[in-house]
Design a protein around this ligand. Structure first.
Ligand code: CJB
Length: 839
């Protein structure tokens, strides 16, 4: 490896400094050059994808220029650094965002136009890296964007899945999963570093003994090992020279061939190890999957944690030798419990590999980590069977036992003789099969614990982490999620961004509180008309996309009512459907004839093993089939299922919404972030008091928000009082009729059995109180319809929503993490010879 020690103390060289000419002529010349040097093509034979790749390499050079100066600055200043550990990143397409952040959009647009291409077509070529399931993965990506923009030295570490989240197709109304081969045509954004591999060990056993100094030591004798190779993707800040790195690990065999087996003539045995090793980073696991494939998932988690911590220590040792100073130099944020095994791995590194005593190692470890919880759903809290854990990570299991032993002694000192508390707080659950509780491990190993919205943090303190809050109240804080306005406003909705900039200047994109300046424009008729026109254009664009993807024609003059997110019972897409059916039935009866015509748009993936969620998709498409073709309805209702919801599609969808559906059962959605993306694009929200909806409603004002349904407290109380969904059913004629239409087979081609599991679960248990909120929801939707018929007032509300949403920028979230948890300061990066300013 590179002899870094030579660089310690004094810096001998500056990184190369190219003067990138960002003129149109120069970009054209570079593009032709890249077509030749990277694609071996001349223009007459180049495909659109060749041009996409060539342009990406042109942009990448400029991106790398910023990264190399950033890395050099951080190294030189030995800056305190944030390490973000996340098993998921949903980065979205890179080309458009990098062009935006480099500030070269106009030149690139013109350059490709002069070459007979359209930038929009080239952007459409990009296959996004779908390395995450949903909100949690996208949050990690927004946070990298804000870390770079706020000039914070940081690394995002994760897994380079060969196959990300599946592509969704709809066949005969059902979801079909298709392998996501995102790397098929190459990925121009990453730089592999095979020279910087780490070995990661698995299995085997441990041996205890005494070292030469007579100290007790444990030696882990692993059974096998794999190598982790990093792939780096730079992430640019906006309006600054700073860039940071997303470093994703790929698993590889130590040797490509087992030479002994090969020499014995067993070729297939020889490649076995290679295949097994590469399996570790083969595929992303979908949320909400039942137990299958658990072992590999644990291996994935440990694999990326081990590589990342080894890399962090390598960087630390470039400039320092005293491990006690590690917490001064690094803070490691655990994005949920997926990387929580890092607590045990850190202890192992310090004790076994670096010879530290337990207490010293524990002080360092608990000085480094912080933990973000993302869910209250008990079934989503991660635990591992102890036998499985011990087979994969025998040394770590021992360490966790020791942590637990010492921890429970401490608990017992604070709460003597409280056996119930000890068993609830233990790192092991003993009811049934013995399991390791990863949330408890994360809490014990971290100096800070946070939830992702005010309500969520309160409920954490009162429920799942109550005991930890009683023991360490000072560790807890709230950090309400945020989203990046660069991708979800400037890039996704340039029309809106330009209108805002014309009105209040350009600084809002880095300082979202400035959006407040839009408030007076809510009363300005001319401005409202422009606002309405921008929204209309976005709806026209989405209508064209819908046409292309589904063949369906929808009318941009109707109310676009949109629910896009993972399909899940707690998110209650079926509540939305029940309202649609109710509205449909009323229209058939000649009622509600003055309601505005609506287009109901759904999008989202169901976990492949989640039967009821897949049935919900089938219900949506079934309702669409009937309603869209009913001549009595005559276009007053259209229902669309937009296939394959991902970041790329989302960028077309959020800007086109009039109404945003945020209708989860109160107390179940930790935060939500789609709710923010919609509102920042001028959609009004219909929602419950759940997650960040609570704060959104407060920020925009309840008069600009369609609120309905039980509160979290009422949900709990209703449950306590012995909630019986069948009583609600019996008492509501319209609800009975709507459910009757489903179970009668109207939406399943006459098959009354198809939706029985869904109907039965609503009638018998209704875990998520769909029926309890039904009447309030239908009524609130009527109010929405009436409000939409007064366009001036509607657009004024829309403007006020955007004006008051500034606090939901991820810049605000990250600034709070920096101030309260990470204690880290900005490090500005000066990039020499950049000829272009941010526009
Ligand atoms: N979340 O996407 C996931 N996956 C999980 O396993 C647990 C939670 C979501 O995280 C988002 C980011 O914090 C939240 O906004 C969302 O409410 C939560 O469901």
């Amino acid at each position: 490896s590179f002899p870094m020690e030579k660089f310690r103390g004094t810096i001998l060289h500056h990184p190369p400094s190219h003067c990138f000419d960002n003129s149109v002529e120069s970009i054209k010349a570079d593009l032709t050059e890249k077509l030749f040097s990277m694609r071996a093509k001349f223009p007459e034979v180049a495909t659109l994808n060749d041009y996409y790749l060539a342009l990406s390499y042109v942009v990448r050079d400029r991106v790398l220029h910023r990264w190399i100066h950033s890395a050099h600055t951080y190294f030189q200043q030995a800056s305190r650094t944030v390490v973000y550990l996340s098993a998921e990143y949903l980065m979205g397409p890179q080309l458009g965002n990098n062009i935006l952040n480099l500030g070269i959009r106009k030149q690139v647009e013109q350059a490709v136009a002069e070459m007979g291409l359209s930038l929009e077509d080239l952007l459409e070529q990009e296959e996004e890296p779908g390395l995450g399931n949903g909100g949690l993965g996208r949050l990690a990506a927004c946070y990298l964007d804000s870390l770079a923009t706020l000039q914070i030295p940081a690394f995002g570490y994760g897994i380079r899945y060969e196959f990300g989240i599946f592509d969704q197709q709809i066949k005969d109304g059902w979801q079909v999963e298709v392998t996501d081969r995102w790397l098929r045509l190459g990925n121009p954004w990453e730089v592999p570093h095979p020279e910087r591999r780490y070995e990661v060990r698995f299995g085997g056993h441990t041996e205890a003994g005494y070292d030469a100094q007579g100290r007790y030591r444990v030696r882990w004798v692993p059974e096998r090992s794999v190598m982790g190779t990093p792939f780096d993707t730079p992430v640019l800040g906006y309006g600054v020279g700073n860039a940071i790195i997303l470093r994703l690990w790929q698993a590889e065999a130590r040797e490509s061939f087992d030479f002994q087996a090969f020499n014995l003539g067993n070729y297939y045995k020889a490649v076995d190890d290679k295949v097994m090793s590469e399996n570790i980073t083969k595929v992303l696991y979908p949320n909400d999957e039942p137990e299958a494939g658990r072992r590999l998932r644990l291996e994935q988690q440990y694999f990326f944690v081990a590589c990342s911590l080894a890399d962090m220590l390598r960087i630390f040792f470039q400039r320092d030798t005293d491990l006690d100073r590690l917490p001064d130099k690094f803070v490691v944020q655990l994005n949920d419990t997926h990387p929580a095994v890092a607590v045990a791995e850190m202890m192992r590194l310090l004790i076994d590999d670096n010879g530290l005593e337990w207490d010293r190692a524990w002080k360092i470890t608990t000085g480094v980590f912080a933990y973000t919880n993302h869910t209250l759903l008990p079934e989503a809290l991660e635990t591992w069977n102890v036998d499985l854990f011990g087979k994969v990570l025998p040394r770590h299991l021992e360490i966790i036992y020791e942590i637990n032993h010492r921890f429970l002694m401490e608990v017992n000192r604070f709460f003597p003789g409280d056996a119930g508390r000890l068993s609830r707080m233990s790192l092991f659950s003993e009811a049934g099969e013995k399991r390791v509780r990863m949330a408890n491990l994360a809490c014990v190993g971290s100096r800070a614990i946070n939830g992702v919205a005010a309500l969520h943090t309160d409920l954490l303190k009162q429920t799942v982490l109550k005991d930890f809050h009683e023991l360490w109240p000072e560790k807890f804080s709230n950090k309400t999620n945020g989203v990046t306005p660069r991708r979800f406003m400037a890039l996704a909705n340039p029309g809106l961004a330009d209108l805002i900039t014309q009105s209040i200047g350009a600084t809002w994109l880095r300082d979202m509180d400035r959006l407040k300046g839009l408030e007076p424009f809510a009363r300005d008729n001319a401005f409202r008309d422009q606002w309405a026109e921008v929204k209309h254009q976005c709806k026209v664009r989405l209508a064209a996309m819908i046409r292309k993807k589904t063949g369906m024609a929808v009318d941009p003059d109707t109310l676009f009512d949109i629910q896009v997110k993972r399909i899940h019972e707690y998110k209650r897409q079926h509540l939305n459907v029940l309202n649609i059916i109710t509205h449909y039935r009323r229209l058939k009866q000649g009622l509600d004839m003055d309601a505005p015509a609506r287009t109901f748009i759904f999008g989202g993936k169901a976990a492949p093993g989640y039967v009821l969620a897949k049935l919900m998709i089938r219900l949506i498409t079934g309702v669409a089939d009937v309603v869209n073709h009913d001549p009595d309805i005559n276009g007053r209702i259209k229902v669309v299922f937009y296939p394959d919801f991902n970041v790329k599609n989302a960028q077309h969808i959020y800007p086109a919404a009039d109404l945003s559906e945020q209708i989860s059962t109160a107390g179940k959605e930790a935060s939500g972030t789609g709710n923010m993306k919609f509102a920042l694009n001028g959609a009004l929200t219909i929602g419950t008091l759940d997650g960040a909806n609570v704060e959104i409603c407060q920020a925009v004002g309840p008069e600009n928000f369609f609120l309905f349904g039980l509160t979290a407290d009422q949900v709990a109380a209703t449950r306590q009082a012995g909630y019986r969904p069948c009583d609600v059913y019996d008492g509501n004629e319209e609800l009975r009729a709507a459910m009757g239409m489903i179970s009668g087979g109207l939406f399943s081609g006459g098959d009354p059995g198809m939706f029985a599991p869904l109907i039965d679960s609503l009638l018998n248990e209704d875990r998520f109180m769909v029926l309890a909120d039904y009447a309030a929801y239908v009524q609130c939707q009527e109010q929405v319809g009436r409000a939409f018929l007064k366009p001036d007032h509607w657009h004024a509300m829309s403007i006020l929503n955007v004006a008051r949403m500034g606090m939901f920028s991820s810049d605000r979230s990250i600034a709070e993490y920096c101030r309260d948890i990470w204690h880290v300061e900005p490090v500005p990066v000066v990039v020499p010879d950049e000829t272009c300013d941010i526009d």
